[in-house]
Ligand binder design. Structure first.
Ligand code: DAT
Ligand code: MG
Length: 139
């Protein structure tokens, strides 16, 4: 059975370009409700830890630098089939390959600076949510 929660971040490029409101509107219109949310900034150490699974990839250094370069919005979202439906809403990693109407198609700058994060499994949604939020911060 698929779970009903996922974790997202509005990344530094989308915050910088003034699209927090537009992206939250798309998330709300798609039927997700917010269980926790914060405006914050990842230190280099925290960005390294969050993306540790990608440590061996050639883009890891660039990814860590970018994700710690400016403020983000982190949130836990709820909806039936949350992980899969949210991945469909955000679109492919590379905005050039993302479907029309997806968040990344509309707001991402590039494959590296791609506007939003979405968890890729129920297990990672849980881990990533706990990375950013204490238990009593989740409604
Ligand atoms: P996704 O965010 O779609 O789950 P991922 O988990 O494969 O993609 O990679 C995590 C992030 O790393 C991604 O959102 C942007 C960055 N990234 C991935 N592949 C990249 C590449 N080839 N060049 C630069 N950045 C990349
Ligand atoms: Mg991923």
């Amino acid at each position: 059975m698929s779970g009903n929660r996922t974790f997202t971040m509005i990344k530094p490029d989308a915050v910088e370009s003034g699209n927090i409101g537009n992206i939250l509107q798309m998330i709300s219109d798609a039927g997700f409700s917010i269980k926790a949310m914060k405006y914050t900034k990842l230190s280099e150490e925290r960005a390294k830890a969050f993306y540790a699974v990608h440590a061996e990839r050639p883009f890891y250094g660039e990814l860590v630098e970018y994700m710690s370069s400016g403020p983000i919005v982190a949130a836990i979202l709820e909806k039936n089939n949350a992980v899969e439906d949210f991945r469909a809403l955000i679109g492919a990693t590379d905005p050039a390959e993302a479907a029309e109407g997806t968040i990344r198609k509309k707001y991402a700058e590039s494959k590296g600076r791609n506007a939003v994060h979405g968890s890729d499994s129920d297990e990672n949604a849980q881990i990533e949510g706990e990375f950013h939020f204490a238990e009593d911060e989740v409604i």
